[in-house]
Write a protein that binds this ligand. Structure first.
Ligand code: ATP
Length: 370
C-alpha cells in the first residue's frame, strides 16, 4: 500500500464538481507551487471544501484533472495519493495516547521501528512531554497539533487543512496560526489551508486564492490582494474599502481623472483596471485622513468635501469614523491616534488621501459585493 512518489507543484486543470444541476466548483485552473503555504479563502458555500475533497480523493470531479508534479492523480485512490488532510474536528482516536495516535499511520503501513519518527514529529509540534496523555487530557490547541503530527507522519507531499482552527477561541487561533506557519516552514511541504477568515489567510499564506461561487476571483500574495484588489468582491472581502462610483474623464501622464459625484479624483493608471467609461474608485480606510470643514487640501492628494461624521469609535491605536457623504453613501476612515484632533458626530469634514493610494475597478460591478 505504498503512496505514489509524486513530487512537485499541485496543479488543477478545469476542475469542476456538479451536484445535480448545481455547480459547486466551476472550471478551476490553479497551480500551487511545491513548498508553499496556500490559502483558499471564501465565504461559506463557495466550494472550498469540495475543492479539497477532490484533491484528497474523497470526492470525484465531474470534470478536470489533478496533478502532483508530472503525475496525474485524478483517479488515484485516496490512500495512494501523497496527500493528507487535517480536519477541524481533529478525528483523534480517544482510546489511544498521543504517541500511539501519531504512530498509528506508520504501524498500519507495517513500519516496524517507529520510535524515532514519532519522537521527531512530536518534537516538531512541541508535544513530546505529553506523549503519554489521552486526547481528552489535552487542550484544543494541543489536540490540533496532534492532528497535524498524525497527518505529517505519513510524509505526504501536500497537507490539506480544512478550517483546522475553526473550533479554537480567538487567542488560541492566533497562536496556532503562527505555530502552523512555523511547522510549514520547517517541513517545507505544500500546505493548502481552507478558511473563511481573511485575517487568518493573510497571516499564514504566501498565496491566497479568493473564491466565490465555485470560481477564483483573484489569486495573489496577501499584499497584492490588499493593495490591488481586482474586483469589488475582493476589495470588500479582504479588509474594508471605500468604493465610490465615477466616470473616467481623461488620462494624462499615467494619471486617469475621474468624476465622482461632481468631484475630480486622480487615479494612477497603474492601479486601475479600466481606462474609460464607468469606474469604481477605491481607497482603504486607513489611507484616508480627515480635515475640518471645507479645508484646502495640498496638491497630490484627492479630496472629497462635504462629509458629516456619523460615528467616531475610539479603539486605542486608532479612531474609526463613519462619514456620510452628500450623495448619501457612508465612508470609513481609520485615523491613527497620534494626538490629532478627534472629530465628533455631526462634525463637517473633508476626506483626503495621497492620490497614489487610489485604485480603480470596473464600474459595471456591484459596489456592495462581498
Ligand atoms: P463552508 O465554509 O461552509 O464549508 P465551502 O466553501 O467549503 O463552505 P463546500 O462545502 O465546498 O463549500 O460546498 C459548496 C457548495 O456545494 C455548497 O452550496 C454546498 O451546499 C454544495 N454541496 C456540497 N456538498 C454537496 C453534496 N454532497 N450534495 C449537494 N450539494 C453539495
Amino acid at each position: 500500500m505504498n503512496t505514489l512518489e509524486a513530487v512537485g507543484d499541485l496543479r488543477l486543470t478545469g476542475l469542476t464538481k456538479r451536484f445535480g444541476s448545481f455547480t459547486a466548483v466551476d472550471d478551476l485552473d490553479l497551480t500551487i507551487p511545491q513548498g508553499s503555504f496556500f490559502a483558499l479563502l471564501g465565504a461559506s458555500g463557495c466550494g472550498k471544501t469540495t475543492t479539497l475533497r477532490m484533491v484528497s480523493g474523497l470526492e470525484d470531479p465531474t470534470a478536470g484533472r489533478i496533478y502532483i508534479g508530472d503525475t496525474e492523480v485524478t483517479s488515484t485512490k485516496p490512500y495512494k495519493r501523497p496527500v493528507n488532510t487535517v480536519f477541524q474536528n481533529y478525528a483523534l482516536f480517544p482510546h489511544l495516547n498521543i504517541y500511539d495516535n501519531v504512530a498509528f499511520g506508520l504501524r498500519r503501513r507495517g513500519v516496524k521501528d517507529v520510535k524515532k519518527q514519532v519522537d521527531d514529529i512530536l518534537a516538531l509540534v512541541e508535544l513530546a512531554h505529553l506523549a503519554k496523555r489521552k486526547p481528552t487530557q489535552l487542550s484544543g490547541g494541543q489536540q490540533q497539533r496532534v492532528a497535524v503530527a498524525r497527518a505529517l507522519i505519513n510524509q505526504p507531499q501536500v497537507l490539506l487543512l480544512d478550517e483546522p482552527l475553526g473550533a479554537l477561541d480567538l487567542k488560541l487561533r492566533r497562536q496556532m496560526q503562527i505555530e502552523l506557519k512555523r511547522i510549514q516552514t520547517e517541513v517545507g511541504l505544500t500546505f493548502v489551508h481552507v478558511t473563511h477568515d481573511q485575517e487568518e489567510a493573510m497571516t499564514m499564506a504566501d498565496t491566497i486564492a479568493v473564491m466565490s461561487a465555485g470560481r477564483i476571483e483573484q489569486l495573489g500574495s496577501p499584499e497584492e490582494l490588499y493593495e490591488n484588489p481586482a474586483t469589488t468582491f475582493v476589495a470588500n472581502f479582504l479588509g474594508q474599502s471605500n468604493l465610490v462610483a465615477g466616470t473616467v474623464t481623461g488620462k494624462e501622464d499615467g494619471v486617469i481623472t475621474v468624476d465622482t459625484h461632481g468631484v475630480r479624483i486622480a487615479l494612477p493608471e497603474s492601479r486601475s483596471r479600466v481606462e474609460s467609461g464607468a469606474v469604481i474608485v477605491g481607497v482603504r480606510p486607513e489611507k484616508v485622513e480627515l480635515a475640518a470643514g471645507n479645508a484646502a487640501i495640498e496638491s497630490g492628494r484627492n479630496a472629497l468635501p462635504g462629509g458629516v461624521v456619523t460615528d467616531a469609535s475610539f479603539i486605542g491605536v486608532s479612531t474609526q469614523y463613519l462619514v456620510k457623504m452628500p450623495w448619501g453613501q457612508e465612508l470609513s476612515v481609520f485615523e491613527q491616534n497620534t494626538g490629532k484632533e478627534i472629530y465628533r458626530p455631526g462634525a463637517e469634514v473633508t476626506l483626503h488621501w495621497d492620490a497614489t493610494q487610489t485604485f480603480g475597478l470596473d464600474g459595471s460591478q456591484d459596489i456592495e459585493a462581498g
